[in-house]
Design a protein around this ligand. Sequence first.
Ligand SMILES: *Cc1c(COP(=O)(O)O)cnc(C)c1O
Length: 224
Amino acid sequence: MPVALQAYSDLKKEIAESNVTLVAVSKTKPASDIEEMFQLGQLDFGENYVQELVEKQGALPTAIRWHFIGHLQSNKVKYIAPFVYLIHGVDSLKLLQEIQKQALKNDRTIKVLLQMHIATEETKFGLDQQELESLLQNLSAQPLPNVEICGMMGMASFSEDQGLVRKEFANLRQMFETIKLRSIPGVSMEILSMGMSADYKIAIEEGATMIRIGSMLFGSRTYA
Ligand SMILES: *Cc1c(COP(=O)(O)O)cnc(C)c1O
């Protein structure tokens, strides 16, 4: 299926008045699809798999801002550390420490989002409130100078129940605002990444500043 150019321009118009950044999620899609959307002015692209991201990054314009939105294993941070723009799914101190190590090696600062577990499903990754607290406590004891924690990310339940989805996004927004008010050094809380093709409208209503949209722009995915 070709890139849905009409959907892209409609979506750009829809979010133009808000302060929402669109991340076009291009996982499993060919580099030519990304190139096509890049030509329209889209700079932010999201990928879930390290090897796929590294291959695409090598083949596409350096002006692209690559977002890693999947579950990142510590032993793979080194492959994306030289170029990644924002890592959305950070949910452990171990991973943060590895990002610090690799950022330092590459003489740069890497921006990350803390992934919170907001869905009712067990399978989704992310921190609960207690884990967040202990992570923040650990951070105040040993700051990570090459890591910038600049917000939170979450995925709502995969559900038809819009009320439930809204409640989960509202919950994430609440945690985001609470942490923001605490003004923790190295933790800025400027980006709230929530909302995908099926639920981005609700996410924006509940305060998302960044949405991650895949199938609506690139068509449905088929996994090998
Ligand atoms: C795949 C993916 C998306 C995009 O999902 P669509 O439903 O295709 O818009 C967004 N966020 C994450 C974390 C994803 O894995």
